[in-house]
Design a binder for this molecule. Structure first.
Ligand code: SF4
Length: 253
């Protein structure tokens, strides 16, 4: 398998089969998050193009799906999946060939584009990232590519959420550098009103220290009135990926 990895055990999605629709040697992203489990090297780009042909992804899926048990099929991997111009086409064709819900994890930076909004709307589940509360904290935590503005990201998330018919998750990565902003993050989450808030902290290998279970649960209580799940809430079951090496490349260890 060149483009498909996992399945992995996810606290949010159960057994999730990953699709890396970028599958480039270097991480391609609009962010260079300080906690990124794929390492600090990033090739910044905002250009949408086809990196892997949809036919090639479908051919791998056709081979693997009869052999595994999964709960979701998730677009994620070495970078920002919405950079793939064929994301919408891939979602549509995957939904036609099988019945498991299709998920896209996004860092929310391209959600201001009409084409991206249209393509994301085809997914059963969209999980959008929001780790910061201002331009200053965006720079500190997510190290965005030039021209990316915090207020635009926030507006895009709110607009998308309003029009989206599927299940909308808001993922927030907590770490020492943003834990004091948790109260403001909770206020923003209340304005967005996602179906679920997902509170993570880097538990896999990361340059950033994780918060303890106690700290994350304390923060969880700030999100009053919203359904919240944290990385410490659900037990991870051991699940064997198709290829450990390909999975490590996309998720870190
Ligand atoms: S965590 Fe996601 S959004 Fe952030 S740099 Fe890594 S791949 Fe990009």
């Amino acid at each position: 398998m060149k483009y498909i990895y996992g399945p992995v055990s996810s606290y949010r999605l159960g057994n999730s089969l990953g699709i890396d629709i970028l599958s480039q040697p270097e991480k391609l992203c609009t962010f260079g998050c300080i906690y990124c489990q794929l390492g600090s090297k990033v090739k910044y780009t905002k250009e949408r193009r086809v990196y892997v042909k949809t036919d090639e992804i479908l051919s791998e899926l056709t081979d693997i799906l009869p052999k595994i048990k999964i709960d979701h099929i998730t677009f994620s991997g070495r970078g920002e999946s919405t950079l793939a111009e064929n994301l919408g086409e891939a979602i549509t064709r995957i939904k036609k060939m099988q019945k498991k819900p299709v998920v896209v994890l996004t860092n929310s930076t391209l959600m201001n584009r009409a084409d991206v909004i249209k393509e994301l709307s085809l997914a059963d589940v969209v999980i959008a990232k929001l780790d910061s509360i201002s331009m200053e904290s965006l720079k500190k935590i997510n190290q965005p590519d030039e021209g990316i503005r915090f207020c635009e990201i926030l507006e895009s998330i709110k607009n998308f959420r309003k029009g989206y018919q599927g299940r909308f998750g808001l993922q927030i990565m907590l770490m020492p550098k943003n834990k004091d902003e948790a109260e403001d993050l909770a206020k923003l989450a209340l304005e967005i009103l996602p179906d679920e808030v997902q509170l993570g902290t880097p538990l896999r290998k990361s340059p950033v220290m994780s918060l303890s279970e106690e700290e994350v649960f304390k923060i969880k209580r700030l999100f009053l009135g919203l359904p919240v799940v944290t990385v410490y809430d659900r037990k991870h079951c051991k699940i064997k990926p198709i290829s450990r090496e390909e999975t490590l490349k996309r998720r870190g260890g």
